[in-house]
Design a protein around this ligand. Structure first.
Ligand SMILES: Cc1cc2nc3c(=O)[nH]c(=O)nc-3n(C[C@H](O)[C@H](O)[C@H](O)COP(=O)(O)OP(=O)(O)OC[C@H]3O[C@@H](n4cnc5c(N)ncnc54)[C@H](O)[C@@H]3O)c2cc1C
Length: 431
């Protein structure tokens, strides 16, 4: 049986492993963390949102970004110190502005496709991930923002998504706990929310039951294409396994596989470079708080309908009766995972203002790095060398898109290196 390594046990890696296992491959997942979903797939905004499929490559985003750079508490923060990676990424981001419409429509299609796979898998594998199917409501405080969103709705409609405009009184009816005054909104009943960490862990358990191997606490130091396999496939992966015991020494190992799928989030760029590919993922940091709804007043005062507040770029998800997730911020500051108090505070303040009945005395802060491509489109393709594949770079929408991209990459692997190696034709010697 063909042996495939999947590097990364976040949402993209685990959905990929599951899809490859279904196709009959012998799959091994490698991750530097002890458990699945411990990096960016840990505590994100929770939205399964085709209604957030708009790519960021537009002049209006650029102009807003410049304004936000000089505004404290703004949704965007950029460390202006020069870095070749950051500025070359930004140049590519600008170069992709002409692709804004096509990429937004394509992302919408992908997001709709992903839903069907995800709900089917969750039901089949009996995964409880606090899935809430009450739709996503986008809210706008002024006419300018609302009118711009109406144009985006046209692109979403091209991609097959229906989202309807709603008046301020409809906003109140859709989510009665929401305070504040709004110009209008857009509601997408078919969108939903859920806990990415619980889903990924549940799916990792399902993979294990089906025979997928996991090598955890193993950092991939290098990936080398050997070409020793059939039709020039074959890779060697050098690992450092850090054992549990404090006094134990790290173990170095090199393992051989027929192929590899790189799903390493913000680590994908470095691994791709070793394989001769350019996957220009930049780490765009975001923050979340998970507000523990310990008392009845907080539980009644927190929304069940998921929100996206356009002005602050804050998103929310209700994760069951007693947890409320609030996320936002795009920070361009390299591979820096610090949780900054001054970036967490706007999230807590937002909850206090819009949901005053919610007690925020127990809010768990978190920061994660979105693996962002400059065109905001995930890289779901074969690499330059046989047996090398990528399913990575999902940026702000990895939770929404992964179940679709996993199917796509598993299909790509299956056509490039079929599970069953075709047997050489039998030669019958002439008598
Ligand atoms: C604040 C915030 C809010 C968000 N909100 C939403 C949302 O509402 N909806 C949505 O759809 N998306 C959202 N996202 C985006 C989504 O969370 C990400 O796109 C997704 O989690 C990325 O998954 P991944 O598998 O690519 O990366 P990860 O989850 O980071 O997984 C990559 C894995 O690779 C491993 N790895 C990397 N390098 C190596 C190496 N050298 N050796 C071994 N292991 C390695 C890491 O340990 C990690 O486990 C949000 C992101 C953030 C930060």
């Amino acid at each position: 049986m063909r042996q495939i390594a999947v590097i990364g046990a976040g949402i993209t890696g685990i959905t990929t492993a599951y899809a490859l296992n279904e196709k009959g491959y012998d799959v091994t997942v490698i991750d530097r963390q002890r458990y699945a979903a411990m990096e960016t797939s840990f505590a994100n905004g929770g939205q399964l949102s085709a209604s957030n499929a708009e790519v960021w490559n537009s002049w209006s985003t650029v102009l807003k970004g410049i304004k936000w750079m000089f505004t404290p508490d703004a949704p965007l923060l950029m460390n202006p110190l020069p870095s070749w990676h950051k500025y070359s990424w930004m140049a590519e981001f600008l170069a992709n502005i002409p692709n804004y419409k096509a990429n937004t429509v394509e992302t919408t299609r992908l997001a709709i496709q992903a839903r069907n796979y995800m709900f089917e898998i969750a039901a089949r594998e009996n995964i409880d991930f606090n899935h809430v199917t009450r739709g996503i409501l986008h809210i706008y405080r002024d006419k300018v923002g609302y009118d711009a969103a109406a144009k985006v709705s046209e692109l979403y409609a091209e991609g097959g998504l229906e989202r309807r405009p709603v008046t301020p009184s409809e906003i109140r009816a859709i989510e009665p706990t929401l305070h504040g005054s709004y110009y209008g909104g857009f509601f997408t009943p078919s969108d939903s929310t859920g806990d990415i960490h619980k889903f990924t862990r549940g799916l990792a358990d399902a993979c294990r039951r089906k025979g997928v191997r996991f090598i955890n606490e193993a950092s991939v130091d290098s990936v080398t294409h050997t070409g020793k396999g059939q039709a020039g496939t074959g890779v060697e992966i050098a690992l450092t396994i850090v054992p549990d015991a404090e006094d134990a020494r790290p173990v170095r190992e090199t393992l051989a596989f027929d192929g590899v799928v790189v799903c390493a989030g913000v680590g994908s760029r470095a691994l791709a470079a070793q394989l001769g590919d350019r996957v220009n993922v930049y780490p765009v940091k975001g923050y979340s708080i998970t507000v523990m709804l310990d008392d009845e007043q907080s539980q009644a005062g927190a929304p069940w309908v998921s929100l996206l507040d356009d002005q602050t770029k804050i998103v929310t998800s209700r994760l069951g009766k007693d947890r409320f997730r609030v996320a936002g911020t795009a920070e361009f500051n390299g591979e820096n995972r610090d949780i900054r108090a001054d970036r967490i505070r706007p999230l807590t303040d937002w909850v206090r203002k819009l949901f005053p009945d919610v007690n925020t005395d127990r809010a768990v802060p978190w920061a994660g790095l979105r693996p962002m491509m400059p065109d905001l489109m995930p890289r779901v393709a074969a690499g330059a060398k046989p047996g090398v594949f990528y399913n990575t770079g999902h940026g702000h929408l990895g939770w929404t898109l992964s179940c679709a991209t996993a199917q796509i990459i598993a299909g790509t692997v299956a056509s490039a290196m079929p599970v069953e190696t075709p047997r050489p034709a039998l030669r019958i010697a002439a008598e």
